[in-house]
Design a protein. Sequence first.
Length: 693
Amino acid sequence: MGARSGDASSSPESPDPGEPLGDGLVSLTQHCFGPSGHLAQAAAHYRPRAGQQAMAQAVAQTLQDGAALVVEAGTGVGKTFAYLVPLLLSGQRALVSTGTKALQDQLFDRDLPAVVAALKLPVRVALLKGRNNYLCLHRLQAAPGVLAATDDATWRDLAVVQRWATATASGDLEEVADAARNPNLRPWVSSTADNCLGGKCPVFADCHLQKARREALAADVVVINHHLFFADQAVRESGMAELLPSVQAVVFDEAHQLNEVGVAFLGLQWGSAAVTDLARDLLAAGHTHARGLAPWNDLCNALDSAARQLRLAWPHDATGRMGWSQPEPDGVRPGAFAAALADVQAAAQLAAGAAQLLAETEPDLARMAERAEAMARTAGLLAQPTPADHVRWAEVGHHLRLHQAPLDIAQHLGPMVSASAGHKAWVFTSATLGMGEDMRWFTEPCGLVGATTLKVPSPFDYARQALMVLPSWPKPTEGGHEERVADLVAQAAAVLGGRTLVLTSTTRAMQDISQRLKDHPLMRGLQLLTQGQGSRAALLKEFRQAGEGAATGAASDDLRGAVLVATASFREGIDIPGRALQLVVIDRIGFPPPNDPIVAARSQRIEAAGGRAFASYFLPEAAVVLKQGSGRLIRSESDRGVLVLCDSRLTTMPYGRQLLAALPPMARTQDLGTLDRALQRLLEIEKAPKGLE
Ligand code: SF4
């Protein structure tokens, strides 16, 4: 992990964070958010909001008590300031974790500096990134030798990184992003937990990663992301292991992602590529540091051969995801899988033994010995039965990947939170934490059932700002659904001049709808953007620019209004306020795929305990997905827009009505004529900013 750090100085008007915590923090927080508080003094446009104040006070109380708080704060509440202000006022050393690196940057570069400036507090802040974001000086030294036979472009990129390496202060590879993104080069300019030499590294004193970690350890508030939090918990690769015990408060923003991120990191992903990677690295290290001192070729051939056998436990044309009922995964030839695992274990043990003999004199070989030992242990573990509350599966393709995952993070996070009761505060917040008042969708899998919960509704006037359209169509499972959706989108987008986001439940539906729109006569003059045709950031930028151009009438051939068709990853983290996005169309209810191994195992566990998987798992999951997608529409108090939910089960099935109840209270209609009128109304919105019906 690495860090950027920042500072701010105090002034005579600053609140005093050095005072011991008492009820004072709650009243100080209250004052800060008041009409004459620090936020009002710092920003002329600041307006006190009841929801934001309620959340800030709850956070202050939690910090005071060293307790756990779960807050669902609807869009527009201002949750970031609601936790940052009491956190900084408290003077507590804190970790703030966000869902993604992009949000991490936004928090560090925009929100934190704004709060620090408003409060005028002397706070040292740092941003921690994953280790692969930082230049590894040790691997860079080895790169020219290892890349000897590579292509010209990689040599050119290496030269760029080498030149930059002599001048950079931070070692953040983002500074030479274009060159460092080269996939041939990347493994040789950054480190992994597997190949980092740590304290035995010959350039340890100059290591950018270590320097950045030291800065983070000295900071008062450290911004991380959930991946980093769990990656470190999972592999104990330092950084967080030192940092977590030293903080008094931990805040998870975008907390709805916590369980799935944790499950991915606390599980095990391993396969034939890991074995061949070890063989490749061992051969390079052996020949570089101990040529002739061990039979490196034989040792590495044995690893490669075992990796091949592991894949060949399945027929060569087998492909896709395989379940893993005991004792072996589905589809393997009887006995072949266990034999291949035993071969990997034996080859890894031999490799570890050879590397260990030379480990004293060469840190690279010491690390190789550790990696080979870990691999032998993993192969041994996968030969054992699946642990309770875990699930296993295999992904078979050119390579083989084996997965073992816990069903949730309750056993991991729950004890961590309860063990620190009274002396460490935990705040979990998001705009979407389930469908009911109790937020069990979030608290149960995270082991937080005893935590205090608070639900702060959005301050937006949805009934006036938005219209929800529920077409009376056949069920989406009946034929022709994508055609109907594409037709509706083309007609509506033609009226609006684009400014339309279509969110689909599957990649296949996305491609189908996108293809139909491409061929649709009403789409002439509009730009069609589809997820995958560029980076997410580039697509969103194009969509926003096109939407703004269309809304102001400035659209030219180069800047036509756009329709963006996307799937799951565009349901969150998109914030396009104003007229650039005024229509969101969702193709169907997004239930979790029942044949996914984790979904199936979770359902079985609920049913085995006497529960109903549909009611307590599938439905809340679908509600979260629907809330997230719908949440893209109204992003500010002046936004107006239309949401079209193309799944008639929402009105015809009892569970559909439960899902609708979880959404903001928009005006509703099933009449497509009303949709037309609402779209026309949006075009006149500047002149008549009233309701949409
Ligand atoms: S300690 Fe050495 S091997 Fe590890 S990241 Fe730093 S320079 Fe690279």
